[in-house]
Write a protein that binds this ligand. Structure first.
Ligand code: SME
Length: 189
């Protein structure tokens, strides 16, 4: 079983003062993945445009690149914004099998400080019924604490209005300059 207190402290220490969403996600995926042999694929699918998830930082074999909210366990988590604990992926009708060895799965919706869905966090296991409520709760807390400051992508203001514009103190550059970088809290997309 994972020592979630130690994992949480380790991630907090590694991510201290970091504001780049991708760097934060890459660190979280790495530390969670290597914390337990149950975890065979660990990573993020980010909301890159309305109703679309695209692969983000992950550990493990290749994962499918694009998942619409209408598909898979990840799409179910994104649509419902509820944690999905799948004891047997074969029993989940629309499961997307990125690996034939996957037997069970945990997917956690990730929201930022404004309550906006920014990603889902997906863990696959080759063991049946590998995940429980303690895993879900502990990982959800780690994700919430670590990714609280993340912003929606550059498309958000277009779709949702100015409420999702970069916070003036976090982004000193115009959107065109912020492409690909969020080191000063600039937008990710
Ligand atoms: N199994 C997921 C797809 C992502 S791969 O597992 C990395 C799903 O059904 O949404």
């Amino acid at each position: 079983m994972v020592d979630y207190t130690a994992l949480s402290h380790r991630i907090a220490a590694l991510c201290e003062h970091e504001t780049n969403d991708i760097a934060l996600m890459a660190t979280i995926a790495c530390e969670v993945h290597h914390s337990d042999d149950r975890f065979d694929w660990t990573g993020f699918y980010r909301v890159t445009e309305p109703q679309v998830l695209k692969i983000g930082p992950y550990q493990g074999g290749h994962g499918c690149l694009v998942i619409p909210f209408s598909r898979g366990v990840c799409g179910a988590a994104a649509r419902s914004q509820e944690i999905q604990i799948i004891a047997d992926v074969e029993a989940f009708e629309d499961h997307i099998a990125c690996s034939s060895s996957t037997r069970s799965e945990l997917v956690i919706p990730v929201t930022n400080g404004q309550g906006a869905l920014i990603a889902v966090f997906d863990i696959d296991s080759d063991q049946p019924n590998a995940f429980d409520a303690q895993d879900a709760s502990a990982l959800s807390s780690i994700l919430q604490r670590s990714l609280n400051g993340c912003r929606l992508g550059l498309w958000a203001p277009v779709i949702f209005g100015s409420a999702h514009l970069p916070h003036p103190t976090r982004s000193k550059k115009t959107p065109t300059q912020s492409r690909g970088s969020s080191s000063s809290g600039e937008m990710n997309y």
